[in-house]
Design a protein around this ligand. Structure first.
Ligand code: HEC
Length: 143
């Protein structure tokens, strides 16, 4: 009970502190930040900047796969674009947006498979298209 109250208070604080005009925009922000968090674990390991650890990498990749779907549950209303970096093209070219999104899902899934195999060469191979899939979508649909 007490933890519920604390959680509600924390959520209220996060929401009021955020600059987002819409609930959807705030939800996207939170989800993309989680994706970024996983990428910051995976990226340096793939690039050899920090030591490779199979468990850390595969759990970050599994988490990324899971969370990859989350931001895209919050693009329902174009009115949620106000005050965010979401471009109007998301709603005027929904098929293109869905195409980029599905590429991203496939790349996140492939990375997760490679990471759980423990084959770092495979992980490296699947990381490049994943990064590319973020960039492709951002170039078209993010301000
Ligand atoms: C299919 C499109 C698409 C894909 C794929 C995508 N993004 Fe985004 N991303 C967006 C859009 C649109 C926004 C702006 C959302 C907003 O401001 O409401 C965004 C925003 C973000 C933000 C800023 C969040 C904030 O509000 O501060 C981060 C960080 C981010 N993306 C990281 C990533 C990473 C990392 C990947 C790949 C692993 C990725 N994104 C893949 C469309 C995409």
């Amino acid at each position: 009970m007490k933890s519920k109250i604390v959680l509600a208070a924390t959520l209220a604080l996060v929401c009021s502190a955020s600059s987002f005009a819409s609930v959807e925009g705030a939800a996207r922000h939170t989800a993309f930040k989680k994706i970024q968090h996983d990428m910051r674990i995976i990226g340096p390991m793939v690039k050899g900047q920090i030591a490779y650890d199979k468990n850390t990498l595969s759990s970050a990749a599994a988490d990324l796969k899971l969370i990859s779907r989350e931001p895209f549950r919050h693009f329902d209303s174009q009115s949620s674009a106000a005050g965010t970096d979401a471009k109007a093209a998301i709603w005027s070219r929904p098929d293109d947006f869905a195409h980029d999104r599905d590429h991203f899902y496939a790349a996140a899934d492939a990375l997760s498979v490679a990471a759980s195999s423990g084959d770092l060469a495979q992980v490296r191979k699947s990381f490049t298209p994943l990064v590319q899939s973020c960039k492709t979508c951002h170039d078209s649909f993010r301000r």
